[in-house]
Design a protein. Structure first.
Length: 596
């Protein structure tokens, strides 16, 4: 461990810094909370500079770290000694209050619980003297460490020096019972998270939904309006210090930023705030890792995660050895973080080759569909707009649906019967989102080619959402990235059975020069009108077909009955003589087998 004095050391005299640095060389009786010598150094410097000081000590009486704050607070930071979620850290914290009061604050109690400290001690100092001391420790309930505390004091320094520390720690640890089979998935689901943005607070609503989907509970929101991110910390340095104290007071284990962080920003923030830092991209990748069910989906998510991880290897530091640590560490992160760049590049090559095979397989499937001459209609839209529910309502596909972001990742194709005995193939695709990670778009290229090859797009929009215009724009941005922004599209305003801002809806309609329809996939409202629109936009000029089809292609005769109008059908010795009217799109499938 590097023995340096951390925190707000600016303005301190060199003699004071030297004295604080010298504390590292002072050892005390392991049964004492703190020695008089160390306490007096802290009292004098804290009083004269009106700054809080903190010293962490281990159970052998050795100083673990020394820090400096301002008049009211000091960030509590120490080398982690926690040996498990349900054991004490083996560290005690002693810090000063230059106001003269030794009463512990909410931040002190939160840090005591969050860091599982042996004890938390506050020394009320004034005029270079120790006025009083207060001490707190965790109080186990039902054999587990909870946010319950035992308090001692105010007391004099003499009483503090004689305090039975060893016996107290022993009593606490004797009261803790090892939990029976603690579920890792359950502990992940209750992670407390603070959400941070430099845009507007309304952007945090979606981030909160993403955090909840990933298994975290947002406990606070932090907003700082900036024209551009700080190169070192993304947010201002002062805001970082404020955020660090806020995190300690709330006992949050996670801070989530609503933008992509650079490796340097992530490393600096984790060091300054003292907990895991997750950006928007990592959060979305984590959700995709949870949602991936098929082999193809898992390959695509792993490829996206590794592409995102590769340039960040040098910035992860000690995080590389962390396994199963919650949001941002699932999926391949749990098994690939300890590999080096060469191994990750090799794995990326393997995944890219595997997905290229998937891409070729999908191309073959699309070729077979083209031969069947059925038009392809693709559902696209913002996540949770109701695409899968609409697919189920139109085709009885029974695809999994849920009121959550990215409920389904896998592509599903079903036949949809239209008016006039017509049929199309309806394909559901992965949902889009604002700031969709480029790595995901690239990795899901094989899946999203279903959109590229489609004859018609149904852009499904949540009509009840207050930000529906922004959601439409986000989807269009992804479609532009795929190069299909000019493909014929119908806007499908779904969830019309929910409370809708009709004035906003009309404004959005006027902004887009395309066909639209209002539906409710839940109640069935507007679905027949939607089918009519699909039929109109996939209708081709009919062509008269006259000739002879071979007996081994009776499926083509069935296609004529299903999708055309058969005028005559005669079975002769050389084949089936037919005369029919059929859409132009089916001609390509029939022409190679037609004999005149």
């Amino acid at each position: 461990m590097t023995k340096t004095v951390y925190g707000n050391t600016r303005g301190l005299k060199k003699v004071d810094l030297d004295l604080l640095q010298g504390i590292y060389e002072l050892a005390i009786d392991k049964n004492m909370i703190i020695s008089l010598e160390i306490a007096q150094i802290m009292a004098v410097i804290s009083s004269s500079n009106q700054r809080e000081l903190v010293v962490f000590m281990d159970r052998q009486g050795r100083v673990a770290s020394v820090g400096v704050g301002d008049a009211a607070t000091v960030q509590l930071k120490a080398q982690s000694r926690r040996r498990g979620e349900h054991r004490l850290a083996g560290l005690r914290c002693i810090h000063t209050h230059p106001s003269g009061s030794g009463q512990l604050s909410a931040v002190d109690y939160a840090a005591l619980y969050d860091m599982r400290l042996d004890v938390m001690v506050a020394l009320g100092v004034q005029d270079g003297k120790i006025k009083e001391a207060c001490l707190a420790c965790l109080e186990p309930r039902d054999g587990q460490l909870t946010q319950n505390f035992q308090n001692f004091g105010p007391m004099s320094f003499a009483q503090l020096a004689a305090f039975p520390l060893t016996a107290l720690i022993q009593d606490i640890e004797d009261s803790i019972k090892p939990p029976a089979a603690v579920s890792t998935s359950k502990t992940r689901q209750i992670e407390k998270a603070i959400l941070v943005t430099i845009a507007g607070e309304d952007t945090l609503d979606e981030l909160a939904l993403l955090a909840d989907t990933a298994g975290a509970t947002p406990v606070a929101r932090v907003t700082q309006h900036r024209k551009k991110p700080d190169t070192a910390f993304f947010i201002g340095r002062g805001k970082v210090e404020e955020l660090a104290l806020h995190r300690q007071s709330l006992g949050a284990e996670l801070v989530i930023f609503d933008d992509e962080l650079t490796p340097t920003q992530a490393r600096n923030l984790e060091h300054a705030i003292g907990c895991r830092i997750v950006d928007r991209t990592t959060l979305i990748l984590d959700i995709f890792a949870q949602r991936a069910r098929t082999k193809e989906g898992k390959l695509q998510v792993e490829l996206a995660q590794l592409r995102y991880l590769l340039p960040r290897l040098t910035g992860l530091g000690t995080a590389l050895s962390r396994l199963g640590g919650g949001i941002g560490t699932r999926g391949p992160g749990e098994t690939k973080l300890e590999t080096d760049r060469r191994h990750i590049r090799r794995r990326i090559d393997e995944l890219t080759n595997a997905l290229e095979q998937v891409r070729r397989h999908r191309q073959q499937q699309r070729q077979n569909r083209r031969e069947s001459a059925s038009p392809v209609v693709a559902l696209v839209g913002y996540t949770n707009a109701g695409k899968s529910t609409l697919l189920n309502a139109l085709t009885q596909a029974q695809v999994y649906t849920a009121n959550q972001l990215f409920a389904t990742l896998d592509t599903t194709t079903r036949r949809l019967q239209l008016p006039g005995n017509r049929e199309v193939l309806l394909t559901d695709t992965v949902g889009f989102i604002r700031k969709l990670p480029h790595h995901l778009v690239k990795a899901f290229r094989a899946t999203l080619e279903e959109v590229i090859e489609a004859d018609l797009l149904l852009h499904v929009v949540d009509a009840s959402h207050a930000g529906l215009a922004e959601q439409i724009a986000a989807v269009e941005a992804v479609l532009k990235e795929l190069g299909v922004q000019d493909k014929h599209t119908i806007l499908v305003f779904n969830k019309i059975d929910q409370p809708v801002n009709h004035q906003l809806l009309e404004q959005v309609k006027l902004s887009y020069h395309c066909q639209f329809v209002e539906v409710s996939a839940h109640t069935g409202t507007g679905l027949e009108q939607l089918k009519e629109l699909i039929a109109q936009n996939t209708l081709h000029q009919q062509r008269l077909l006259k000739g002879r089809l071979p007996y081994d292609r009776t499926d083509l005769v069935a296609l004529l009955h299903q999708h055309g109008k058969v005028y005559s059908e005669k079975y002769g010795p050389e084949g089936i003589q037919v005369e029919a009217a059929v859409d132009e799109c089916y001609w390509a499938a029939l022409a190679p087998y037609l004999k005149t």
